[in-house]
Write a protein that binds this ligand. Structure first.
Ligand SMILES: Nc1nc2c(ncn2[C@@H]2O[C@H](COP(=O)(O)OP(=O)(O)OP(=O)(O)O)[C@@H](O)[C@H]2O)c(=O)[nH]1
Length: 369
């Protein structure tokens, strides 16, 4: 093949590979770059072609791709995370000119002794390396070694290798940006999930808040209506909490609220149970797929859970310890009931039962249906 024909077929091949690289997914890119350096090897008649990538501060370089002509030794395994300080002359050339061309390793200047030793170790007679630059950043280099015989590198070699170096640099940069984008996106999603959890959570007690209750009760009414199962709504109020606060102070009041919330939360562990802080010293529970007896049992367990905390309350006229009163309403929603109206009715019915529990002496629970 004459020189011109060879150049044209190389250019065609590189143009095809460039199109593939532009559209490549990260998994295909590796394979594509391997093909590119094989094509360069063929075109330049080199014995070894390779890509090295730098770390962020150009302190280390790693041989990421290597093509070797049949019968020649591969070096990729011994060229991982090499310290760039070990080859000072090469890196000065690379950083300043983005290119290092050596037609004859034996004529290297004395300041390139370290490089000459390395080239000799790898049997290199001539070498050409072109920096891969994207967004004004030196990412690494593409290079070719002559092992069998020396080679006088030509301007056409430099031009073609530069094109290839640019092509690989832009692909790597695009993928780094893509990886960064994915990372940022994951961080954002995580922050969003945390934010969503916070939006639904009561800041003091850590249980669900009123907003989460509104959403849950709507869903549970619709589900209960579909399955034709009874649903209970309980309103739970701490007894004589004003005198508690007045006597023990607001901070201890906060602590008591947290303990009561924790104890009730531990009681309502079925995934059909839901507890939220409704506001102030009032809580609300939704118990799905239940019946009258089960709901009465739950009410009793909640009362006992708080009694068992034995939070001293000297000012209470009910008991020596902090207690709660509960009002509940049990209902099987039907498809013709308006959800919003039903929520209001259930709250109002549970509130009436709570009022009776308070009037009858507190520390008790009533369930209506
Ligand atoms: N420490 C603290 N107190 C709160 C909080 N939210 C509401 N409270 C207090 O809860 C008390 C509620 O008192 P009241 O509604 O008068 O009722 P009570 O004293 O509990 O009496 P009964 O409900 O009739 O047994 C008020 O003193 C509020 O300040 C809170 O987040 N922290």
């Amino acid at each position: 093949m004459d020189v011109k024909t060879k150049q044209v077929s190389f250019d065609q091949l590189i143009s095809e590979l460039s199109t593939r690289l532009i559209n490549s997914e990260p998994t295909e890119t590796y394979e594509c770059i391997e093909e590119v350096i094989a094509a360069i090897g063929d075109y330049t008649e080199a014995d070894r072609c390779y890509v090295f990538e730098f770390d962020d501060h150009i302190k280390h370089m790693t041989n990421t791709h290597e093509w070797v002509r049949d019968g020649h030794q591969a070096h990729i395994d011994s060229l991982q995370a090499i310290e760039t300080d070990d080859l000072p002359w090469f890196f000065k050339e690379m950083k300043e000119n983005h290119v290092c061309i050596v037609n004859d390793v034996q004529t290297l200047p004395p300041e390139a002794n370290a490089e000459k030793a390395e080239f000799d170790r790898e049997d290199i007679k001539s070498v050409i390396c072109i920096g891969m630059v994207a967004n004004h950043k030196l990412l690494g280099f593409v290079g070719c070694d002559m092992v069998q015989k020396k080679r006088q590198w030509q301007p056409t070699d430099l031009r073609r290798l530069s094109l290839v170096a640019d092509m690989i640099a832009n692909t790597l940069e695009r993928q780094r940006t893509y990886a960064e984008l994915i990372h940022t996106q994951r961080e954002l999603e995580k922050a969003n999930r945390m934010l969503q959890a916070q939006v639904a959570q009561d800041g003091l007690t850590g249980i669900a808040n009123r907003r989460a209750f509104d959403e849950r009760i709507t869903n549970e009414i619709q589900r209960a209506s579909r399955h034709k199962t009874p649903l209970a709504l309980l309103i739970i109020d701490i007894d004589q909490f004003k005198p508690y606060n007045d006597h023990y102070g607001h901070l201890q009041g906060d602590q008591a609220l947290k303990s009561v919330a924790d104890a009730m939360f531990d009681q309502l562990q079925r995934n059909t149970d839901f507890l939220a802080r409704y506001g102030g010293e009032e809580f609300v529970a939704v118990i799905s797929a239940t019946d009258e007896q089960k709901t009465k049992d739950s009410i009793q367990q909640l009362l006992e859970a708080v009694q068992n905390l034995k939070i001293e309350h000297e000012q209470s006229q009910v008991a020596p310890y902090l207690s709660i009163s509960i009002g509940g309403y049990l209902h099987t929603p039907t498809a013709d009931e308006n959800t919003e109206a039903l929520i209001s009715r259930m709250i109002s019915k549970a509130d009436s039962a709570l009022y009776r529990a308070k009037s009858d002496g507190r520390n008790r629970g009533y369930l209506d249906n």
